[in-house]
Design a protein around this ligand. Sequence first.
Ligand code: 4NP
Length: 156
Amino acid sequence: MASPSVLFVCLGNICRSPLAEAALRKAAREAGLDIETDSAGTGNWHSGEPPDSRAIATAARHGEDITGYRARQVRPADFSRFTTIIAADHQNLAHLQAMRPALATAELALVLDLVAGREGQSLTDPYFGDAAGFEETWADVHAAAMALVDQITTES
Ligand code: 4NP
């Protein structure tokens, strides 16, 4: 697989997709790969805000500083700028399919499609839960990021 550029999308862009972006940045760096990655939300309630403090703390525990990330809403140009747009859950995926421009080139997928045995599953939204939920999110997005890096290194 040629090196993809990857946009992760969740609802608010303050919990799941920033953690997915951080996990892929970390996995790519450790594998010596240059992968363009970003994240966005289907909603705009948190646009311009940093990630949720619990997401920042979780990323920091895993060695990633995401304090500089700022939430933004997904836009039509993302469908030609990125080769792959990866949704956190089925609701996000349905939103992306509905707004996908006719001439879009990006492929759409669910983040857990990358993880063997978890295909078709949604990432649990940790926003209304506790810190343990954010660790679970990290474990899931880390597994997905490692699988994506593995695919790229073995297929290129
Ligand atoms: P995220 O989590 O989609 O993983 O960033 C949420 C963030 C904010 C809200 C819901 C989920 N909210 O309702 O504001």
